[in-house]
Design a protein around this ligand. Structure first.
Ligand SMILES: Cc1cc2nc3c(=O)[nH]c(=O)nc-3n(C[C@H](O)[C@H](O)[C@H](O)COP(=O)(O)O)c2cc1C
Length: 384
């Protein structure tokens, strides 16, 4: 990985000074092709849920405490049994070498430097072994495949590579209709393929897209198994001694059922608005899930997180932590591993700063913060 050295430094010359995560988004937009930009940014359908994630997070207000002695705020958090520098992990995101040549290995190296877990996507463009070598606490994400033997093989490889948890994504029985990719006829750039899936799409085997046909949609339709049900989770848990998390839960009844099965964690997620368009914003779904789970497993918020302020809101509403999605890719696009490291550093600093201003010396104090959720008349009534 050419820029591993750069990732060690402070600000790389190739990464202009960024003051916020939003700056990284702007820079990324300039550096990516329209097709890749749309692949990252896009949601499904009319992108209602994608937008709603942000609106709902913006509608959460914190009630800060004062005179709490915040000269040394401690943001450390246990995530799936591992002590992280802050309550954040990077979300699984496929095909990161499309974003920058440093790809998954570069982003994982940035996570190692930041002291947060990195979730290796099953559909990564580097192998789980290559990713784990970057030295981060690595979690391995799985989709439910028609080929169960391949799933078990991937689990064994993840275990042998030193992964510390498995994350089964449960909200993709089939891929959401991502209109941007369909319009673009999304095609994998040369040399990008699902590196973990031996025999399932080496270069040349994943067919190109065409107007109205996304290569990602076609490939996943061929390999994903929509028959997944709860007993399959029990089967999967029986295949490994690694902690198992379920990603993509929004209903408190599903969360309670997952906790009953003894999973290590639930990721409250609508996949960044890329699956069911019209699904509830994750932050809105969070409080009833926290209540239903009642401490039996960890609860991690995903979808819409754009900075440290969003993370503190999630923890104040009962989450054990949050996943960082698209912003990590913006950092990668802006400057490879070094750009990703800058984004993670900004996030950590924003989180610590928000802790100080909210009067929270530690996460227990964050959890005890009061929140006010703005709900204009007629908006989002009903049970999540
Ligand atoms: C480009 C891209 C690729 C993704 N690939 C995966 C994947 O392979 N597996 C998965 O579980 N989620 C995947 N996701 C969803 C993320 O894990 C996460 O749920 C989402 O990005 C959260 O929304 P946000 O980025 O708006 O915060 C992907 C998201 C993006 C943007």
């Amino acid at each position: 990985m050419g820029s591993a050295g750069r990732a060690e430094g402070t600000l790389s010359e190739s990464v202009p000074a960024l003051l916020s995560v939003a700056d990284a988004e702007q820079l990324a937009e300039l550096r990516l092709s329209a097709q890749v930009r749309d692949f990252i940014a896009g949601g499904s359908g009319a992108e209602l849920t994608r937008s709603a994630n942000r609106a709902a997070l913006d509608d959460v207000y914190l009630v800060p405490r004062v005179m709490a002695g915040v000269s040394a705020c401690d943001p450390a958090a246990a995530l799936a049994g591992w002590q992280a520098a802050l309550p954040v992990a990077v979300a699984p995101m496929a095909y990161q070498r499309m974003v920058h040549a440093d790809g998954e290995v570069g982003l994982a190296a940035a996570c190692a430097q930041a002291g947060i877990p990195y979730t290796a996507a099953m559909l990564a463009s580097a192998t789980v072994e290559e990713i784990a070598e970057a030295g981060a606490c690595t979690w391995m994400q799985l989709y439910w495949l028609r080929d169960r033997g391949l799933m078990v093989e991937l689990i064994r490889r993840a275990e042998a590579a030193g992964c510390r948890a498995l994350v089964l994504t449960v909200d993709v029985p089939e891929l959401g209709r991502r209109l941007r990719d369909l319009r673009n006829g999304f095609t994998f750039p040369a040399g990008i393929y699902p590196a973990n899936l031996r025999g399932y799409g080496k270069a040349g085997e994943v067919r190109p897209g065409a107007p109205g046909l996304s290569a990602v949609a076609a490939h996943t339709a061929a390999i994903f198994d929509p028959s997944l049900t709860w007993p399959d989770v029990t089967w999967l848990a029986g295949q490994t001694s690694l902690p198992l998390m379920l990603k993509g839960i929004l209903d408190a009844r599903d969360a309670a059922r997952a906790a009953d099965l003894g999973v290590a964690g639930i990721v409250v997620s609508n996949h960044g608005g890329r699956q069911l368009d019209g699904a509830v914003p994750s932050i809105t779904a969070l409080p009833p899930i926290v209540e239903a789970v009642a401490g039996r497993c960890q609860v991690i918020l995903d979808s819409g997180v754009r900075g440290g302020l969003d993370v503190i809101k999630a923890v104040a509403l009962g989450a054990d932590g949050a996943l960082l999605g698209r912003p990590a890719l913006w950092g990668l696009a802006a400057g490879g591993a070094a750009g990703a490291a800058v984004v993670l550093r900004l996030l950590a600093e924003e989180f610590r700063h928000a802790m100080a201003l909210a009067g929270c010396p530690d996460l227990a104090a964050v959890r005890a913060l009061r929140t006010v959720v703005r709900q204009p008349a007629g908006r989002l009534r009903g049970r999540a």
